[in-house]
Design a protein around this ligand. Structure first.
Ligand code: CA
Length: 415
């Protein structure tokens, strides 16, 4: 156990073992920050310390950008050096950092979307989630489609509507086909849902035409965030055959502001599920490539306390990040720095671990009870949906903070 000269509570998500990156706005400027306890290390200030410049040789302006992309482009070896530098300096009571103004309080800064996201892909990698959806909408006996156990199924989402925690979203309007109706109607979505996901951010590009192997995958991953893939179920249900999700999904996805590096969760690696039938050679992998990360979802209606309604775990995924990345690039598709690849809804085997209202209410057939007596089948206007994630053992805690979003009423449209 290291001693850090910045004091933080043992329950803090942002321990010395974490050192996640984000971008803050403070006093009219942007800066790359690293969270520790309830503070932010202002890397724009660190970048001007002579000792840092001599050791790391990273241009100071890289840390003064409104996104992490230029810092990410420095490459995984540089990120490791910065992590090593910060760990060393934060445990050295005589650190140079103490002579400079490098700390800001998290309560004084505004966190912004940490990366410019060129492309967003959403996988569908939880077997329990895919099975639940298959049972509800297709065939209870053959819930999984024939391809599901052979490849990490995914679709290309829309990057422009990815927003940071704290950004309110309006209930979308769109076409729906009500049950027993003959023609579709237009109006506000009535089956508004969240999807509990994690997303990884690409840290190193690959050339068009050159796949990334499962063995090389980690080198291409900068870190992870919590990801709420908002879904308008009624719009989705009517539109998605035959080309897949569109307007039911692209009106908003919310992410947590702190990007947790893969190195920070290294000690939380766990074995994945046995994969049967045997996967094709390009999807085979060595070692433990899943991670034990606890996940929670809470709902907080206006003027009410929050209720935790889901407790799941990232380890429940059938397909891991290395397999997702290998599959995504097996045809030569090129990844770009900042691309977000989301996991798909992470449901576990028990009802309390289902990662969407669709599953919790079993397509609207039952109520989810909230403290104070309210009930929900789907999300109401004024509700805040809060997702949290953390990895923890006896020695340390590495948390992701939270992604928190309030749903506002639909905008009125001119007809
Ligand atoms: Ca999704």
């Amino acid at each position: 156990m290291h001693n850090c000269w910045i004091e933080y509570d043992h329950t803090s998500d942002f321990s010395l073992y974490n050192l996640p990156y984000g971008v803050f706005r403070y006093d009219g400027r942007y800066g790359v920050g690293v969270a520790i306890g309830d503070q932010v290390i202002d890397m724009t200030a660190v970048a001007h310390i002579e000792q840092f410049q001599q050791e790391l040789k990273i241009p100071a302006e890289v840390f003064a950008r409104p996104v992490l992309n230029d810092y990410i482009a420095q490459g995984p070896a540089k990120h490791r050096e910065v992590r090593k530098y910060l760990t060393r300096e934060l445990t050295d009571v005589q650190s140079y950092l103490r002579d400079h103004q490098v700390l800001l309080s998290q309560s004084d800064v505004e966190m912004v979307l940490p990366v410019r996201v060129p492309n967003y892909t959403d996988f569908y990698s939880s077997r329990d989630h895919a099975t639940n959806v298959g049972k509800m909408f297709r065939d209870p006996e053959n819930a999984l489609l024939p391809n599901w156990l052979h490849m990490p199924v995914a679709y290309h989402g829309r990057a422009s509507s990815i927003v940071v925690s704290g950004t309110d979203l309006h209930r979308p309007c769109g076409q729906q086909m009500p049950k027993d109706a003959e023609t579709p109607v237009y109006g506000p979505c009535r089956l508004l849902d969240f999807e509990l996901e994690m997303a990884f951010i690409i840290g190193k590009a690959n050339e068009l035409g050159r796949p990334i192997s499962t063995a090389d995958a980690d080198d291409h991953i900068f870190g992870l965030v919590l990801f709420n893939d908002w879904s308008a179920r009624d719009i989705q249900k009517w539109e998605y055959v035959p080309l897949g999700p569109f307007l039911g999904k692209n009106w908003g996805s919310s992410v947590s502001p702190w990007v947790v590096p893969l190195d920070a969760i290294e000690k939380f690696r766990v074995p994945g599920p046995a994969q049967s039938p045997e996967v094709l050679p390009y999807l085979k992998y060595e070692g433990d490539r899943h991670y034990d990360i606890s996940l929670e979802v809470a709902i907080q209606p206006d003027d009410m306390d929050e209720t935790t309604i889901v407790r799941s775990n990232y380890r429940h995924l059938y397909w891991n990040m290395a397999q997702q990345l290998a599959h995504h690039t097996i045809n030569g598709c090129n990844m770009q720095i900042g691309d977000m690849l989301a996991s798909g809804t992470i449901s576990g085997p028990t009802e309390s671990s289902f990662g969407s209202m669709l599953e919790l209410s079993w397509a609207g057939k039952k109520d989810v009870e909230l403290v104070g007596g309210q009930k929900r089948k789907f999300i109401h206007d004024g509700d805040r949906v809060i997702m949290r994630a953390f990895a923890q053992n006896n020695d340390c805690r590495v948390g992701f903070g939270e992604v928190r979003t309030k749903i506002l009423p639909s905008h009125k449209t001119k007809s």
